[in-house]
Design a binder for this molecule. Structure first.
Ligand code: CDP
Length: 218
């Protein structure tokens, strides 16, 4: 069973994907963390994430075997890493370098404790369209820009980061535009995805819908 959850920044896909994976004891892959880690590595090397040559080299040499450590690393969660991720993710060779790992994870899902799982939940931008067009369940989770920016702003503030709502909205608009307009694997719902606008829905409501969809496919 493959569950694909796509959507723009701070739409709630991470929380949903994690909760669904936990509920069914499926393996969870936050594919954004791969792009974030590549983007951050380029920045830490003093490079420009838009530089195709450098970003591709980092992506090709990237050790995805440490995926659980990468997903749990708080450093990749800040907006600096998010913005760098959105820049490296425009580069087709970077996407290609990360594709096989994602595909393999979906087909051979492994839990954090090393056990095999009966299914996987992947969240990202192009899971239902490119990485797993064969997914059993496809969800496209979205919300208005204002609602998403407010969620991200509160999240960052809670972490003690020095941010403003205005700057968060501006960053989000730039990132959404870059993610939606790129020519390779742009952010868009798959034709067969169920679209959930979570602007006025609680985490529990969204979770309930996703659980029913997975159960129907079991
Ligand atoms: O949590 P948030 O939605 O802000 O970001 P994320 O899911 O961690 O993704 C960070 C960036 O990586 C996105 O803005 C995309 O540019 C890129 N990404 C992508 O291109 N393809 C994916 N499957 C996942 C993320």
């Amino acid at each position: 069973m493959i569950v694909a959850i796509d959507g723009p920044a701070a739409a709630g896909k991470g929380t949903l994907a994690k909760n669904v994976a936990k509920h069914f004891n499926f393996a969870y892959l936050d594919t954004g963390s791969l792009y974030r880690a590549v983007g951050l590595t380029v920045l830490n090397q003093g490079g420009d994430p838009s530089d195709e040559k450098i970003a591709t080299k980092v992506a090709e040499e990237f050790e995805v075997k440490d995926i659980f450590a990468i997903m749990n690393n708080p450093e990749i969660r800040n907006e600096r890493a998010g913005s760098a991720a959105s820049k490296v993710s425009v580069i087709p060779a970077v996407r290609k370098a990360l594709f096989d790992f994602q595909r393999n994870f979906a087909e051979n899902p492994i839990l954090e404790n090393g056990q095999k799982a009966k299914g996987s939940v992947l969240d990202g931008r192009d899971i239902g369209t490119v990485v797993c067009p064969d997914a059993d369940v496809k969800l496209f989770v979205t919300a208005s820009t204002e609602v998403r920016a407010k969620r991200r702003y509160l999240e960052q503030k809670e972490k003690g980061l020095d941010v403003t709502l205005e700057a968060t909205i501006a960053d989000m608009k730039i990132r959404d535009e870059r993610d939606s307009s790129r020519s390779t694997a742009p952010l868009k719902p798959a034709d067969d995805a169920v679209i959930l606008d979570t602007s006025e829905m609680s985490i529990d409501e969204v979770f309930g819908i996703a659980v029913k969809m997975v159960e129907k496919n079991q």
